[in-house]
Write a protein that binds this ligand. Structure first.
Ligand SMILES: Nc1nc2c(ncn2[C@@H]2O[C@H](COP(=O)(O)OP(=O)(O)OP(=O)(O)O)[C@@H](O)[C@H]2O)c(=O)[nH]1
Ligand SMILES: C[C@H](OP(=O)(O)O)C(=O)O
Length: 214
């Protein structure tokens, strides 16, 4: 197919993006990270989301007062957890409550993420949600290991059925979400372990994470 034959790009509207941050002393426990590193990873990810052109509103959900202050100072809307300690899915529910229009949940442990990566993913998400027949209710991007999920998106919050947790890529696919095939390694590089952190470093870490690592 030549460029002249390519279908026209579907313009994407602005997205509300929900970012859950656990924070506190138990954040990134598998990484064995000191609190400063977990916070740096979260805030680098937030910076990329705030800079994305297709993101019109950012909602951070966290029970961590320090992260809440930093996220608010950076320009994000911040919500506390209505049921602290109830876990990730409860926090995501808090973030999605009362939203309207296209919305995405992005997990907040992506320290190599850049704004153009997220823009490309959201553009593809909108195209897939609006032009695929039959249209999927949700789309998702699996993590680099193909086990977890980094991004889940829908045209409206009532269509969101998040099933983040163990093997969530499979759970989201089983629930009818369409997988987005994207060549965006930094978007898919979540950091759970030291090996993941080394892989993220090779892609290029955000400033705060670099500084936290010395
Ligand atoms: N608000 C909120 N965010 C959470 C919660 N659990 C996980 N998250 C966030 O969801 C994303 C993915 O979670 P994980 O990779 O399991 O992160 P984590 O729980 O800090 O890491 P581990 O302790 O190693 O499991 C990260 O951005 C976490 O901060 C929670 O209970 N509340
Ligand atoms: C929550 C989970 O994240 P992971 O623990 O795999 O980072 C997921 O991908 O759904």
């Amino acid at each position: 197919m030549t460029n002249a034959d390519a279908p026209p790009e579907v313009p994407s509207p602005g997205w509300t993006t929900v970012l859950p941050f656990k924070g506190g002393p138990n954040a990134k426990s598998r990484l064995g990270a000191p609190a400063g590193l977990a916070t740096a990873i979260a805030l680098d990810c937030l910076d990329a989301v705030l800079a994305a052109r297709l993101v019109s509103r950012v909602i951070v959900v966290t029970a961590d007062p320090g992260l809440a202050r930093a996220a608010s100072a950076a320009g994000a809307g911040v919500r506390g957890e209505s049921r602290p300690g109830a876990g990730l899915l409860a926090a995501i529910d808090d973030g999605l409550r009362g939203l309207e229009g296209p919305c995405a949940v992005l997990l907040g442990d992506l320290p190599a993420l850049r704004a153009p990566d997220l823009d490309e993913a959201l553009r593809k998400a909108w195209e897939t949600l609006t032009t695929t027949v039959p249209s999927p209710a949700m789309v998702f991007v699996p993590d680099a290991d193909e086990v977890g999920t980094v991004l889940l998106a829908a045209a409206a919050p009532h269509a969101m059925r998040p099933s983040f947790g163990p093997a969530s890529a499979r759970s989201h696919a089983d629930s009818g979400a369409r997988r987005l095939d994207l060549d965006l390694p930094a978007l898919r590089r979540d950091v759970d372990t030291q090996a993941d952190l080394a892989a993220a470093r090779a892609l290029g870490l955000g400033r705060r994470t670099r500084e936290a690592l010395g």
